[in-house]
Write a protein that binds this ligand. Structure first.
Ligand code: THU
Length: 128
């Protein structure tokens, strides 16, 4: 876990956030132990901003990961910020039992994705 926090914090240092100055890092550990990282990337066209969690998820998917164990999200605030709704929804693609750990400079918060996104719209929702 401390390794995962270190990886997320290292990614956070690369955040491109000149508009919000809110730096976020994420590290996803896949079931096979491989780690994929992301940071937020902002745009002068504000709405194009990509969150750190979705960047890490993209890296995991392109790296071949399909089963995910946990995601660590680092911010520079306490209490640490939880993933936004859009990121929760995209993470839901790969299973609701994902462990989500938000880490600030001094404190941590933990959930399952199921707790963060109750009654989620998932691939099962498409069954008819
Ligand atoms: N941000 C993330 O990277 N992840 C989240 O879950 C919430 C917000 C980023 C987007 C933007 O660059 C900055 O934080 C402020 O919203």
């Amino acid at each position: 876990m401390s390794d995962l926090i270190g990886r997320a914090r290292a990614a956070m240092r690369h955040a491109w956030a000149p508009y919000s100055n809110f730096h976020v890092g994420a590290a996803i550990e896949a079931n096979d132990g491989k780690v994929y990282v992301g940071c937020n990337v902002e745009s002068a066209s504000y709405g194009l901003t990509i969150c750190a969690e979705r960047m890490a998820l993209g890296a995991a998917v392109v790296g071949g990961a399909r089963k995910l164990k946990r995601i660590v999200v680092t911010t520079e605030v306490d209490p640490p910020a939880a993933p936004c709704g859009a990121c929760r929804q995209l993470l839901a693609e790969f299973g609701m039992d994902l462990e989500v750990i938000a880490v600030g400079p001094a404190t941590e918060r933990r959930w399952t994705l199921a707790a963060l996104l109750p009654d989620a719209f998932t691939k099962e929702s498409l069954d008819r």
